[in-house]
Design a protein around this ligand. Structure first.
Ligand code: SF4
Length: 190
């Protein structure tokens, strides 16, 4: 039997994380996929808040995501608005109710406490290792990376709070630079 200790550990951690999501989400009548959709929309940038981007991020079918979005809109967690610059595009916006719910969702204090039992150097090494593994798997599956903006090859670091996206030419704030983006591309190594 093939075994990988890393795979076993990640699977176990994933089960624990999902069980936290399920427990807290069920108190709000939300399933894990609804919680994941809300968490994605809280973290993504203005280029990535569309149903299609959410399908790519969650790796679910269009139909499943569409049903989830209908429920979240019906329950007052999000609003669908037409993009003012392109009427063909629908943008998903979280409501105050969603932001309030997200404050109670994982990572819970239990999870954060467990993370704090690691030393800063252990956390840094673990983060770097998991990021490398995620990138390798995304590359193997040909998927988008949904990486953090400031690590993108199109990101142009500016002075003060203003930066620029080399792909769209638009100004990015510090807050934008910390968000995830469906257009993110890894920097090419020299
Ligand atoms: S710099 Fe990259 S990640 Fe940031 S907004 Fe532009 S394409 Fe997206």
């Amino acid at each position: 039997m093939k075994t990988s200790r890393i795979h076993q550990l990640i699977e176990r951690l994933g089960l624990l994380a999902r069980s936290e999501s399920r427990r807290i989400g069920s108190e709000m009548a939300l399933q894990p996929v609804h919680v994941q959709a809300l968490q994605y929309l809280e973290r993504c940038n203005r280029y990535s808040n569309t149903p299609a981007a959410l399908v790519g991020y969650l790796g679910q079918t269009k139909g499943t995501v569409s049903q989830s979005l209908k429920l979240l809109a019906r329950e007052g967690y999000l609003e669908k608005r037409t993009d003012p610059e392109d009427a063909r595009v629908v943008r998903l916006h979280l409501t105050p109710k969603a932001h309030q719910a997200l404050r109670q969702l994982p990572p819970t204090e239990t999870w954060m406490h467990a993370e704090r039992t690691l030393s800063p150097s252990e956390r840094k090494a673990l983060t770097a290792g998991l990021e490398s593994l995620l990138k390798a798997l995304q590359a193997a599956h040909g998927g988008r990376t949904f990486g953090i903006c400031s690590t993108c090859r199109h990101f142009q670091n500016g002075v003060g709070e203003e930066h620029r996206c080399g792909l769209t030419g638009e100004v990015l704030t510090d807050d934008d630079s910390r968000r995830i983006c469906q257009e993110h591309e890894e920097r090419r190594s020299a």
